[in-house]
Design a protein around this ligand. Structure first.
Ligand SMILES: NC(=O)c1ccc[n+]([C@@H]2O[C@H](COP(=O)([O-])OP(=O)(O)OC[C@H]3O[C@@H](n4cnc5c(N)ncnc54)[C@H](O)[C@@H]3O)[C@@H](O)[C@H]2O)c1
Length: 321
């Protein structure tokens, strides 16, 4: 079924959604709304869509709303949409704070609408290709380095960028957080620009995350070590490599490691899972469409977004700059 959708917020990321929603056959993009009415009318005319003059008018015409406005406006817009019984796709961070997110959670449960948060790395084809190999992680090492961009620096690098990786980590580690150690520094902005967090989970898994928005070169590397394999996920270049250790046959042609002490020799096997050439933003919009039409739970819903926000808040509180 094709669902009617409206896009609210036509800034930097909103324009990306505008193009994708306009081309995606699952959605009937009825119109757009932005408090900047000139921008709204100009883009509506360019794409031959309706320009709504207020949020209620936009909601009255659709089943679903995609929200791409600044984080501090998310709560009021999402609340109005949910109370009107509209399904929601919302950019991250879901709200400006945990209190607002928990309020939205109760509105969502009451209204029974579908609600998906834009933690887009879950739909990164390199992460999706790696997922079958990520059971029971023991150690996770993450480097997310970004060239400086004033956009987003009103909040610390934890909320700005680290939340991407916190969401991925929480999606694969099935245990509660036991202890967190954090260090960081502010170089240019008034909030932290470089943060390292070491998260210990109750099942023994440790995640070590470094997030830096003052780098010379962009890097998004997510490495997962399980009992007998290492999975390297390059989220930026969309490359996934799996390195496995198996008992080596006598005539192995692979690299062989001798652990010594009479233990059997291990051979190193490299696997390269197939990475589909998909667009992660399109995939997250398709996932919401699928949930609405197949009555499935959303992949990154309000519960997952609250866990990310709670962990990010705890990391921020431990930052002593
Ligand atoms: N820019 C990125 O690379 C990026 C990446 C990931 C997530 N996000 C998230 O996407 C959201 C939008 O970010 P952006 O960079 O596109 O912001 P932006 O400032 O470029 O655009 C925001 C747009 O929302 C409009 N707006 C503001 N308040 C509004 C309201 N109450 N009702 C309707 N329209 C309103 C503004 O007029 C503007 O056009 C944020 O939550 C951000 O964290 C952005």
């Amino acid at each position: 079924m094709i669902n009617k959708i409206v896009l609210v917020g036509l800034g930097y990321i909103g324009k990306v959604y505008l193009k994708l929603l306009n081309e995606n056959p699952n959605w009937d993009l009825v119109g757009v709304y932005d408090i900047d009415q000139k921008l709204c009318k100009d883009l509506a005319a360019q794409y031959n869509l309706k320009a709504f003059s207020n949020l209620q008018e936009a909601l009255d015409n659709v089943e679903v709303v995609a929200i791409a406005t600044p984080g501090n406006t998310h709560f009021e817009i999402a609340k109005q949409a949910i109370i009107n019984g509209r399904h929601v796709f919302i950019e991250r961070p879901v709200t400006a704070n945990i209190k607002e997110a928990k309020q939205l959670q109760s509105y969502i449960n009451e209204a029974g609408v579908y609600f998906q948060v834009g933690h887009v790395e879950r739909f990164n084809p390199a992460f999706i290709a790696a997922k079958p190999y990520l059971k029971d992680p023991q150690f996770i090492e993450v480097h997310r380095l970004a060239q400086y961009n004033p956009r987003g620096t009103d909040v610390s690098v934890v909320l700005d960028l680290m939340t991407h990786d916190l969401d991925l980590i929480l999606s694969i580690v099935k245990a509660n957080v036991k202890r967190i150690s954090v260090s960081g520094c502010d170089l240019v902005s008034k909030t932290a620009d470089i943060v390292n967090a070491r998260i210990e989970f109750e099942n023994g898994c440790v995640a070590n995350i470094t997030t830096n928005r003052m780098a010379f070169k962009n890097t998004r590397k997510f490495r997962v070590f399980t009992k007998d394999q290492f999975v390297s996920i390059n989220l930026l270049d969309k490359i996934t490599e799996v390195v496995k250790l198996k008992n080596a046959p006598l005539n192995s042609k692979n690299l062989v490691i001798d652990p010594g002490n009479g233990q059997s020799k291990k051979e190193v096997i490299f696997e390269h899972p197939i990475i589909l050439p998909t667009n992660a933003i399109n995939e997250e919009l398709n996932a919401l469409h699928d949930c609405i039409n197949s009555n499935k739970k959303t992949i990154v819903g309000i519960d997952e977004a609250i866990r990310v926000l709670e962990l990010a808040t705890e990391i921020e509180e431990k930052l002593k700059l």
